[in-house]
Design a protein around this ligand. Sequence first.
Ligand code: MTE
Length: 326
Amino acid sequence: MLIKRKRSWELPESAATPESAYLNRRQLMKGAAGGTILAASSLAASSLIANPLLAQEADPSAKLYPLKRNDAYKLDRPVTQERLATTYNNFYEYGTDKSIVSDARKLQIRPWMVKIDGMVEKEMEIGIDDLLVRMPLEERLYRHRCVETWSMAVPWSGFALKSLVEMAKPQSGAKYLQMQTFKDARMAPGQRDFLYPWPYTEGLTMAEANHDLAFIATGIYGKPMPKQNGAPLRLAVPWKYGFKSVKSIVRFTFTDKRPKSFWEGLQASEYGFWANVNPQVAHPRWSQATEKPLGSDERVPTLLYNGYAEQVADLYKDLKGERLFM
Ligand code: MTE
C-alpha cells in the first residue's frame, strides 16, 4: 500500500493504551468532572458522568426490553461489567481510541431504514421498528474476542440472523451476505478520514449467516443498544474476531461475490475474510494465544473458535486452502 503516513491501525489500541491505564484515566476524568459538577450542586448531571448510558436520549424500542433469555447459549466465564462493555469500544467512525462514547452521541438512530437488496426475490427497505416487530427477539449470553486480544462476555438482545435471511428470501445463487454500516460524515466525523474505505463493510458466507450462532444484536444488558456499541443493530458472530461484528447496519446485500471487508481493504495481509479465532495462529504482529477479559488483571488462554468449535468447526471442514484464521 502506498501510504507514507503512520497508519493508526498498525498499532492496536490495546498495545498503545493498556486497559488499566485507560480505566485509570477515565476514573480521573470522572473524578475531575464530577467535582466541578458537584460544586455546582447538580447531582443529576454527575450521575450522567457516572453512567454514560443515562446520557443517551430515550430509544423508542426501549419498551421491548428486557427480553427472555435463551438458556441454550451459556458462558464459561463471568459476564463483563456493563460499564466496561459500554465504555471501552471500537467504533472507528467516531475515532481510533476506545473512548468514543460522547462522540457517538452524534449518531442519529431514528429514522433508521434497513435496505435488503442484491440476489433476493424482492428488494425491500424496512424501518428498524417494523423489523423489530417481525423478528423473534431473545437474549443470549455470548463471548466476544477482539483481534487486539481483549475480550468480554455480554448479554446481547436481538434475533438470529437466519430469521432476517428467511424474510429476505435470497435467490439460490446467493453465496454471501454483505453487511454495511451507514455512511454519513455529518454524524460520524471519523468518516472524513479518506484513508479508510468507508462505509465499514463485512460479510459472511450463506452457511455462516444461516448458522444458529450468527446473531443481530439490537440491545445489550437488557436495554436497547447504546450508540457506542452499534445502535440500532449490529452483528454478533462470537466465533470470529470482533472486527467481523459490523455495527449500525443499514444494508444487507445478498451476492455471489465474496465481499471485501473494511479491514481487508486496509491491510489484507493482516485481516482476512474468515477471521475465525484461533490461539495457534498469531496475528503477523502479535500472539493470539491469550486474551485479557475486560475488568480482569489476568490473561486467560484463548480458545479455538473462541470456545464455539463444537458448534461451528463443521462449517469449515471442506475449506482447506483458505486462510481461515485471519
Ligand atoms: N463496526 C463499525 N462500523 N466500525 C468499527 O470500527 N469495530 C469492530 C466491530 N464493529 C467496528 C465495528 C471491532 S474491531 C470490534 S472489536 C467490535 O466492533 C467492538 O464492539 P464493541 O465496541 O461493542 O465492544
